[in-house]
Structure formats: structure tokens, C-alpha cells
Design a binder for this molecule. Structure first.
Ligand code: FAD
Length: 444
């Protein structure tokens, strides 16, 4: 059985470089596949999958390598790197695109923007659509457009026995159902996504408020009290950290930077007006109720929280708990938070509309996520468990978790309804009876 031209067995020159380059997090997992295979095209993918089947090896797949946990890097088996599958064909007239898994969401968004088109790509540069779309996809304007996987019309995949098939609502409908929400536990290799595109909103803007962290006890309960009323065109989010260099603040602060998407500036201003009702509004260090913006500015702002070359450990919960229930956990998070750029994200999400029938089946009103971020490996012990331990302490308040910021290997938690999990197991047994593809970490 032939392998892709570029492959490295453990012990080969180039193996460690090929393994390490598959993870963006500087904390490269201490897990070692037998073989790293780099696919340049679909034939390479087929070859790698058939080789793995012939040698009874399991497969981990990498597109952009932005899984915080490095989910694709496992001990033994094949690490199949499909980052090179980066076609991007846009049919502006039809409002569709065919895009390879190795294409960065920001790259896709940028190309569409120029053509007055839009896709709910993720909020950060570097994240590729391969992992992003499989797990759901919380992107620009996703409160209106839905998690991005709802805009996946179909997929080209290579199955566990090395067959190339196209899947959608009519063809292999069960596998299509699974591909939209199973994330790092999907059991086929995606070689292309067929996407529905959207019209670019006429007005894109943002509000920006920065508050000192001492006001947390007023701010979070207020945010919870308005959460159901926030206009769906507004992504209301708060990031707390020990410093806000962008605003010249070297003490702890809470940044509310909320993108808005509308047809007119007045609509955008009106949609954001609720954020002016914060009871400590007069103590804001920065207050910009509305400013027009564009993709590049947004990406630059977000990326200041996710610098390259740092070590990351994340965890998260969905919740609909009350402010009274949440505040003890939030206070503990803020008190124990490591130095900037570590941060705590509060994202106002629900109440959500009825979703399509797909494996993605768990969400709630509020999303809380912790991002432990530090530079020095010597601090792994000091900061490595901050995210997990604080989310574990709030477990009684969690409905479940998002796969985007999963830490399942360290803290197993539900990410789909029990019915969806049972169906995922059934579909996996049908399409991958030998368990060729790794399951979610933390789950046998
Ligand atoms: C800095 C940063 C910012 C982020 N921002 C957002 C955000 O705004 N919204 C959001 O929803 N998420 C966000 N995420 C989470 C991100 O979407 C997920 O980690 C996603 O899985 C990354 O996709 P990837 O292809 O880059 O990663 P990878 O690590 O390559 O993929 C993750 C997993 O998906 C599976 N997989 C990947 N490609 C394939 C394929 N071709 N076929 C089959 N299985 C595959 C594998 O199991 C793999 O382990 C962010 C992550 C980071 C690091």
C-alpha cells in the first residue's frame, strides 16, 4: 500500500518538525504517532487511509492545528495532515463555495468580503475551516446566521475504507448529520466543504467599553439580566483580563467589544443602545457606543488576546444559571486569573432559534470560556489547570460544553444531547466499524 509522498516515520529526520508543526499551541502534546503523512491532494488522503487500514492503524486528522488540546496528536497510528488541501472556489452568482479544510476562516472571509459576500467564519486568524466547521463554528454574525455548520450544504469525504464520497441531506444523510457537530470525534476525512454563502451586511460596526475589574459585581449581574433582550445582530461579549494594553490599562479590566451587523447605521446604533444601560456606565474608562469597522480591524483586536508562541489551556461551559448562582464562580475566576493575556470570556448567545437536525445539539443562553495563556514552560504547573479547575467548580451550573474550546481529555463533559450522542455512536458503528478514526479524547 502506497503512502503519500511526504511522510515521516517516528525516528526519521523531519518527523519531529512534521509532528510539531501540526499544533498552533506552543504546548505541543507529549504524544507520538507512528507516522506523520502530509496530504497534497485527495489521492494522498485515500492512500494514507488505505495504508492505515492495511496496517490496522488509527488515524488523527489535522487541518489548521488550532485544537487547543492538539486532539489530532495521539500516541501511535497515523497523523494525517490535510493542511495542504486549500482549494477555495467561490461561485458568487450561485452564492456557494467549495473550500478545502486547510483554508483559514479569515482567508475565506476576506475573499468573500471583497465580493460583497459573507460567511460566519471564526473570530481568529489561523483557525482553519476543517476543524471549525465540524465542531459547530461560532463566527461573525452567528447569532443571526447560526453556527457555521448550518451553512454547510454538503461535504466531500474519504471514509474509513478509503472511499471518496459526497455527503449531504440526500446522500449518506446520517454521515452528513454527524459531520455537523461531532467536531474532533468525526469519523471520516473531510477533503472539501460545499458552503452556502450570505450577503455581506451593509453595515458592520462595534461598540467598545472598558471597565475596571472592581466593578465586576455590578457588571456581570447586569449582563445576565439583559442577556435575553440583546438584539441578535449584536455579539455581546466581555473579556476580563489582568491588563488591557490596547486601552493603555495595566491593571485588571473588563472589555466589552460587541460587533454589530445591520442594514443601516441607525439600526446598528439602535441595536447596541442596550449596552448603554450598564449601571456603572459613568465609570467606564473607555466608552464608544458605536463605530463602523471592518474585518481586518476586528481580527486585529481579537488576535491581541491570542498571541502566537504562547502556551494555552482552555475550558468552557454553557449555562443558563442566574447571576446569583454564577457570581461565586466568576469571583473565583477573576481572583485566580493568571497574568495577561490569560482571559475570561463571557459570550451572550441565546435564547436560540430552532436549529437544523444535526449532531450539533447543545447550546444555552450564556457561554463562559477560560483561556489560560502563558509564555514559559516552567509555568505549566502554575497556570495549566486554571481553566479546567474553575470550570469544574462550576459544573453544577453547566448545561454542557462547546467543542470549540474543549478540554475533554482533562474534563469529560456533554457536548451534544444524549439522543444525539446515541445516534453518533450508531452512525460511527456503520461508517467506521473498526474504529479507524480516533474518538473524542476522554471517551473510549
Ligand atoms: C486562537 C483560536 C481562536 C478560536 N476562535 C474560534 C471562534 O471564534 N469560533 C469557534 O467556533 N472556534 C474557535 N476556535 C476553536 C476552533 O474552531 C477549533 O479548535 C477548531 O477545531 C480548529 O480547527 P483547525 O482545523 O484549525 O484545527 P485542527 O486542530 O486541525 O482540527 C481540530 C480537530 O478537528 C478534526 N478535523 C480537523 N480537520 C479534519 C478533517 N479535514 N477531516 C476530519 N476531521 C478533521 C480532528 O479531529 C482535529 O483534531 C478558536 C481556536 C483558537 C486556537
Amino acid at each position: 500500500m502506497e503512502l503519500p509522498t511526504r511522510h515521516f516515520f517516528r525516528g526519521d529526520d523531519g518527523y519531529e518538525q512534521a509532528r510539531a508543526r501540526t499544533v498552533w499551541n506552543a504546548r505541543t502534546p507529549e504524544r507520538y504517532p507512528d507516522l506523520v503523512a502530509q496530504a497534497a491532494d485527495v489521492d494522498d488522503v485515500v492512500a494514507a487511509v488505505r495504508y492505515a487500514a492495511a496496517h490496522d492503524l488509527q488515524i488523527g486528522i489535522r487541518s489548521g492545528g488550532h485544537s487547543w488540546a492538539g486532539n489530532h496528536i495521539r500516541d501511535g497510528g497515523v497523523l494525517l495532515d490535510v493542511h495542504g488541501l486549500d482549494r477555495c472556489e467561490v461561485d458568487a452568482e450561485a452564492g456557494t463555495a467549495v473550500v478545502g479544510p486547510g483554508v483559514g476562516g479569515s482567508v475565506l472571509a476576506g475573499r468573500l468580503w471583497e465580493q460583497d459576500l459573507f460567511f460566519p467564519a471564526g473570530h481568529c486568524k489561523g483557525v482553519c475551516i476543517g476543524g471549525y466547521l465540524l465542531q459547530g463554528g461560532y463566527g461573525w454574525n452567528s447569532r443571526v446566521l447560526g453556527p457555521a455548520c448550518e451553512s454547510v450544504l454538503g461535504l466531500d469525504v474519504v471514509t474509513a475504507d478509503g472511499e471518496q464520497i459526497y455527503i449531504d441531506g440526500e446522500n449518506h444523510a446520517d454521515l452528513y448529520w454527524a459531520a455537523r457537530g461531532s467536531g474532533p470525534g468525526f469519523f471520516a476525512v473531510v477533503t472539501a466543504f460545499h458552503l452556502k454563502l450570505h450577503r455581506r451586511p451593509r453595515v458592520c460596526g462595534s461598540s467598545l467599553y472598558v471597565y475596571p475589574i472592581e466593578l465586576a459585581e455590578q457588571i456581570y449581574p447586569w449582563a445576565r439580566s439583559i442577556s435575553a433582550e440583546v438584539d441578535r445582530r449584536v455579539e455581546f461579549q466581555m473579556v476580563a483580563s489582568r491588563a488591557v494594553p490596547g486601552a493603555g490599562l495595566d491593571s485588571p479590566g473588563i472589555v466589552m467589544a460587541s460587533p454589530v451587523f445591520a442594514d443601516t447605521e441607525q439600526e446598528a446604533i439602535d441595536a447596541l443602545a442596550l449596552l448603554e444601560t450598564c449601571p456603572v456606565r459613568d465609570r467606564a474608562l473607555v466608552a464608544v457606543p458605536y463605530a463602523p469597522t471592518d474585518l481586518e480591524t476586528w481580527y486585529a483586536g481579537v488576535m491581541s488576546n491570542y498571541p502566537d508562541g504562547y502556551r494555552y489551556a482552555t475550558d468552557n461551559i454553557w449555562t443558563s444559571a442566574s447571576a446569583d448562582e454564577l457570581m461565586p464562580g466568576i469571583t473565583r475566576i477573576l481572583e485566580t486569573m493568571p497574568p495577561h493575556p490569560a482571559h475570561f470570556l463571557w459570550l451572550n448567545w441565546g435564547p436560540s432559534p430552532q436549529r437544523q437536525d444535526m449532531a450539533y445539539s447543545m447550546e444555552d443562553e450564556v457561554y463562559l470560556a477560560l483561556y489560560g495563556v502563558w509564555r514559559d514552560a516552567a509555568d505549566d504547573e502554575k497556570y495549566g489547570d486554571w481553566a479546567r479547575s474553575n470550570m469544574a467548580a462550576m459544573e453544577p451550573l453547566q448545561t454542557g460544553i462547546q467543542l470549540a474550546d474543549e478540554n475533554l481529555g482533562r474534563r469529560p463533559a456533554p457536548f451534544a444531547t444524549p439522543e444525539a450522542m446515541a445516534r453518533l455512536d450508531r452512525v460511527r458503528a456503520e461508517y467506521d466499524p473498526q474504529g479507524r478514526f480516533h474518538s473524542w479524547m476522554g471517551r473510549a
